[in-house]
Design a protein around this ligand. Sequence first.
Ligand code: SF4
Length: 501
Amino acid sequence: MKINLEIPEVAIREKRLGSITGFCGTAEGLVKTARCGKLKEENRSFSQWAGCSVGKALCQLSMIQDAVVIQHGPIGCSGEFAKFGFVNRVGQKERDFTVKNISAVSSNLEEKDTIYGGGVKLRKTIKKAFDRFNPKAIFVTTSCASGIIGDDIESIVEKSEKELGIPVVYISCEGFRSRVWTTGFDAAFHGILRKIVKPPVEKKKDVINIINFWGSDVFTNLFKKIGLKANYIVPFTTVEQLSKLSEAAASVQICSTLGTYLAAGLEQEYGVLEVKAPQPYGIAGTDSWFRELGKVTGKEKKVEELIKSEKERITPQLEELRSRLKGKTGYITAGAAYGHIFATLLKELNINVIGASVYHHDPVYDNRSESTDTLGHVVKNYGDIPNYDVSNKQSFEFVNVLNKIKPDICITRHPGMAIWGVRLGIPTLLWATENLSIGYQGLINFGERILDLIENDEFVKNIAEHSELPYTDWWMNQNPYSFLGSKNNTKNKLHKHHVEV
Ligand code: SF4
């Protein structure tokens, strides 16, 4: 499906990419099923919770330094303002910016607004936000309430845009629209592509857009060695910077789940080439990623020199880590592409990945290229992963699995999930500083952290001794996938070291 910027609402991942949130089997089985177009959602008869696209849209939009986000919904839908306010302040400090709060407000829909409509309130909120913050753009993110009552947000923002003379952008990210909450990233990028990015005035052959979250700067120095410049997007940018994304030579992503829509959209609309390679983690992935980057920017020779020197530099440390971690077992829980990244890193370090619980699966990304099949890359280069499930953060399944397979280390990117491993006495790594595991040095950074946790497990053992799980034996003794798929489905089983339990 081509990206369609003519329509105000982004097409959700389920429709655009065929993404799912329910599966149980092996990584290889998932890759094969997805490639032959037979991937189907397995429904759950019980679900503990569901994520929301609003948070994902906010995580990109709220940190644009001179824009305002208006969350058009009940106040509760703005819960993540606090989180991104904190992330924004930390990031500003790291970048030597003036530290200030995010500019985000709620239209505060109340019960009566769901009867009479929220349009008037939204118009007033847009005007107030403009007067208070003097922004260069306003993004209006939606909510289940505004979606259900059918506020005509596109008309309101069009009118406001004419009155105020700045882009006012409708971001359709109602939680109920998609089971796959990363649709919120796409909604934010859809709005940026439609209303903020302008046609190029001057093409810059050495500028590379890096679609990322808010992590540390690892690319500036690496890119300098090959004559390129890093342009980190979207958090911590300005509206003007975003308007020039079309002028870059290429776009790369630190996570395909995050960047798929924006990278494909920039290539489709403005010819900004997307680097179509596995993600830059682990040796095989980083090699391919840099080679593809070299190819699209004409820097092949310099890239080969960089690969050689970086690999030579890290080899002694890598060999040491591999020998000390050999034979250890690992389990992963993370967002889709990030789960694939963790699998790559663990396998590179000689750790046996005995299972994973990833929050959704995209059988294909927006570029439709097989060379960016991130899970396929893991299976092809490092072998299969048993006990591979797709679960939109259903903790009850995760705790049950973890308790049965008891890995030496558990890796996650979400704080809410880290606590379960710790309470079971399993060394658990919450890897929130995503950029620090990128590239050759990233593999070393990651390996050192894991080794440290495995060798110093007293803390988690103590916590486990003093904690009680909220789940009863009734649940913990059952098959973790009892609520996944139809009642007659017998294939959803956990394999403990290849023995069914
Ligand atoms: S938009 Fe819907 S799912 Fe998201 S926080 Fe609001 S009510 Fe919950």
